[in-house]
Write a protein that binds this ligand. Structure first.
Ligand SMILES: C=C(O[C@@H]1C=C(C(=O)O)C=C[C@H]1O)C(=O)O
Length: 130
């Protein structure tokens, strides 16, 4: 705001807001950054848990892959996949997670598992053919 005689500093009237110049704005920014950091701490823990859970799941599916290869069972089982996707869609809905996302995520993991099972089967075949 300028007075009748004009602002003391003519540039001040259109100067960009500097949050550090206002103690209230500064405090607000610090609090927001602290909250962001705390929430990110939770995200870090969840991401770490996801990695550990996925590692355990892949250890189990590797065992399934070996069992299948040794017993001439096919790498994929579409019936089991269908049932598992349906089960996870229901769980996702109850947990307020987008079921479409849950299905895509599971399909992404399953396609990687099948790739592993195919590789295990090929290695097993090579071993028994030799
Ligand atoms: C792990 C298996 O193999 C494949 C992978 C699946 C999965 O990752 O959930 C499910 C079915 C199969 O296509 C299984 O048959 O149980």
């Amino acid at each position: 705001m300028s007075s009748a005689t004009g602002p003391a500093d003519p540039a001040a009237e259109h100067a960009p807001v500097d949050p550090a110049a206002s103690s209230a704005a500064h405090r607000t920014t610090e609090t927001a950054l602290e909250r962001l950091s705390a929430i990110r701490g939770t995200i870090d823990n969840i991401d770490a848990a996801l990695v550990h859970l996925l590692a355990e799941r892949f250890k189990a599916t590797q065992r399934v892959g070996t069992l299948k290869a040794e017993n001439d069972l096919p790498p994929s089982d579409p019936e089991r996949e269908k049932a598992q996707i349906e089960r996870l869609r229901t769980l996702a809905e109850a947990a307020h997670l987008d079921p479409e996302f849950a299905e895509k995520f599971l399909n992404f993991i399953i396609s990687e598992v099948i790739r592993h099972h195919e590789a295990i089967s090929e290695n097993h075949q090579r071993g028994t053919d030799a």
